[in-house]
Structures are given as C-alpha cells and as structure tokens.
Design a binder for this molecule. Structure first.
Ligand code: AP5
Ligand code: MG
Length: 192
C-alpha cells in the first residue's frame, strides 16, 4: 500500500497534482475539502456545519473531519493506496491518521509538500475565484486568512512527519508538468 500525503498551502496545486498522480499510480484521491464541498452541495447537516467554517477560511473541527476521512477510507478498502489531499491539517489529525492506519497494519509512506509563495497563491486563487463559485476564493482577505491558518496550525504537520524521516519539500512553482515530474521523481525514490 502507498499512503501519500500531498501537502502545502491553499492553492499550492494539491488537487491538480493529485489528479495526475491518481492516473499514474492508481491510487484513490481523498480531498477533505472536496468531501466537505460535496456535503455542502447536498445541504447535509455536515455540510451546513462545515460551510460556516470554510467560508471564513477557518478549519472545520477535528472530530468532524477525522470521522469523515475514516468513513471514506473504510468505504474504499480495495485500492492500491491513498493520496490524502488537505488532510491531515493539524497535529491531532496527523496522530489520528497514524493510529487509524496502524489499526490496519499500515502507515503513512511519505508527505510531499509543495512550496509556493504567498503572492503566487493569492494570484492563483483570485483567478480561480472568478469562475469556481468557491466562497473562500472570492476575496483576498479570506485567502490571506487561509494562508495564516496554514502557517499557524497546519505547517507543524510537515515537522511531525519530518521527525519520522518522511517529509519531502518540492518547488511548487513552474508548469504543472514540471511539478508533476518532481513529485514522481520523489515517489520513485521511495521504492514502493
Ligand atoms: P481545501 O479544499 O483543501 O482547499 P485548500 O487546501 O485551501 O486549497 P485548494 O484546494 O484551493 O488548493 P490546492 O492546493 O488543491 O490547489 P489546486 O490544485 O486547486 O480546503 C478548503 C477548506 O475546507 C479549508 O479552508 C477548511 O475550511 C476545510 N478543510 C479541508 N480539509 C480540512 C481538514 N483536514 N481539517 C479542517 N478543515 C478542512 O490549484 C489552485 C489553482 O491554481 C487552480 O486554479 C489551478 O488550476 C492553479 N494551478 C495549479 N497548479 C498550477 C501551476 N503549477 N501554475 C499555475 N497555476 C496552477
Ligand atoms: Mg484542493
């Protein structure tokens, strides 16, 4: 099993690269942001709760997020592995993921972090906001808030896996293909 965490600030290209990795390595892509947006689209109780946090650029509480992620994994056991995109985003989420995978005799294979500077992020997300319909892309203040939350609460997850020798940083600026090659190179080195 390959269990990859695709990591990085908002707009760093996690979703874009995950879609390409899924094709190449036959993994299941699990994006907690996409799962929440699906719930919002269906106006479920979970969606209504998540929306109140997402629209402000804040994190949805851990207990909601961890349960949702585990349900998605449990519902898809027969795959070669998973790409976790946008999860874990807090240290308790990382600990919960490790415990959960361990209970299945598995572990996180590697965390790959996309490095992109703030100005580029703001530019990409404002551009996408013109058409995406995502409330959290449409104003610069919310985008800056998401970046702050990433720096204050999420970036520690990189260190958490770095201490286990599992984190790798990749330059996230350049063409989509260039970045994809860098990620593949780093996956090939894992020998999985
Ligand atoms: P989530 O949906 O995870 O959003 P995010 O991480 O903030 O960022 P994005 O998904 O917008 O960016 P991305 O890195 O996937 O980049 P993408 O490929 O789309 O989370 C949204 C919210 O949900 C959170 O704020 C939180 O409220 C909640 N949430 C989610 N998970 C949670 C969790 N675990 N715990 C608690 N709360 C959680 O690319 C961005 C844009 O750039 C696109 O338009 C793309 O076309 C473009 N682009 C991509 N690559 C390039 C490139 N190389 N050059 C130029 N443009 C590029
Ligand atoms: Mg995404």
């Amino acid at each position: 099993m390959i269990n990859l965490i695709l990591f990085g600030p908002p707009g760093s290209g996690k979703g874009t690269q995950a879609a390409k990795l899924v094709d190449k390595y036959e993994l299941l892509h699990i994006s907690t942001g996409d799962l929440f947006r699906y719930e919002i689209g269906n106006n479920t109780e979970l969606g209504v709760k998540a929306k109140s946090y997402m629209n402000k650029g804040e994190l949805v509480p851990d207990e909601v997020t961890i349960g949702m992620l585990q349900n998605k994994v449990e519902a898809n056991p027969d795959v070669r592995g998973y790409i976790f995109d946008g999860f874990p985003r807090t240290e308790p989420q990382a600990e919960a993921l490790d415990r959960f995978l361990m209970s299945k005799g598995q572990e996180v294979t590697a965390l790959i972090a996309l490095d992109v500077d703030d100005d580029e992020i703001v530019k990409r997300l404002l551009e996408r906001g013109k058409t995406s319909g995502r409330a959290d892309d449409s104003n610069e203040e919310v985008i800056r808030k998401r970046i702050r939350v990433y720096n204050e609460t999420t970036s520690v997850v990189y260190n958490y896996y770095d201490e286990k020798g599992k984190s790798e940083r990749i330059e996230g600026k350049g063409t989509i293909e260039e970045i994809f090659s860098r990620i593949c190179e780093s996956i090939e080195k894992l020998n999985v």
